[in-house]
Design a protein around this ligand. Structure first.
Ligand code: HEC
Ligand code: HEC
Length: 205
């Protein structure tokens, strides 16, 4: 029965037949999600997912599928994090789906552009890569405006300090889950380029 449903689900979703049903099957109820957000996540990420401190990534408008994957990776120990491992340790799959849908549906607030000279260097790298070091353009995967896709994180409007830190962690493989692609990229970035590209994407809407 379960296998049949899994096989049929994509077809039914395409046909729009399960519009109301899928959310109740796959995500925890809204009350439980609100409890978790208000009692836990909001402390660092804010009720609107706009994380006031640059230490905590913004979650507003981030892709739910990407967040589901990251939350499961934190919970199951694939993405190591002193902070998020504890936060995700007891989350059930349906709660993770509900939390990702909650933050993914939030609108990203307007951002302040950073230092214009740095941003100009960052824009070049983001859109054209670095042909001298053989580094691909960020925009070829994350999209020309940094909006990402289901599997690829949105970068637009993210705290530059968080972005910079993740790039350094990818370089050192301290970001422990799925780091192959981003390690290859980050290992080709100089410190100036890392800062510049973070400042540029952080100012995108
Ligand atoms: C005590 C602060 C704190 C709390 C509470 C917290 N987080 Fe986090 N969160 C962080 C930090 C710090 C990171 C970055 C982790 C890293 O890369 O090491 C993060 C990362 C994330 C990421 C990955 C974002 C990305 O762009 O890759 C998601 C998704 C996330 N948190 C969701 C949640 C949810 C949902 C909750 C509530 C159940 C929550 N967090 C509670 C601090 C917190
Ligand atoms: C070939 C495709 C590709 C290219 C080119 C690429 N990325 Fe990525 N990037 C990825 C993938 C895939 C992930 C998600 C890894 C995961 O699932 O954990 C990612 C994740 C990230 C993250 C983590 C985001 C978060 O919310 O934690 C940052 C930051 C990032 N990329 C920045 C960049 C920058 C800056 C560039 C250009 C210098 C770049 N990427 C180029 C594929 C790419």
């Amino acid at each position: 029965m379960k296998a049949t449903l899994t096989r049929m689900l994509p077809m039914m979703m395409t046909a729009g037949l399960l519009a109301g049903v899928t959310s109740s099957v796959l995500a925890a109820d809204a009350k439980r999600v609100d409890e978790l957000v208000a009692g836990r996540c909001a402390l660092c990420h804010g009720m609107e997912g706009e994380s006031a401190s640059a230490v905590f990534p913004r979650l507003a408008a981030q892709h739910p599928d990407y967040m589901v994957k990251q939350l499961k990776d934190f919970r199951d120990g694939r993405r190591k994090s002193d902070t998020m491992s504890d936060q995700a340790a007891d989350l059930k799959d349906d709660e993770i789906a509900g939390l990702a849908a909650y933050f993914g549906a939030k609108k990203a607030a307007a951002k302040q552009p950073g230092d214009a000279d740095l941003a100009a260097v960052g824009r070049y790298i983001y859109l054209k890569g670095n042909p001298y070091s053989g580094m691909a353009a960020c925009g070829s995967c994350h999209g020309p405006s940094g909006h990402g896709t289901h599997q690829l994180p949105r970068l637009a409007g993210q705290h530059p300090a968080y972005l910079e830190n993740q790039l350094k962690e990818f370089n050192k493989r301290e970001r422990t889950n799925d780091n192959a692609i981003m390690h290859a990229i980050a290992s080709k970035l100089t410190e100036l380029e890392t800062r510049a590209v973070a400042v540029y994407v952080g100012g995108l809407q």
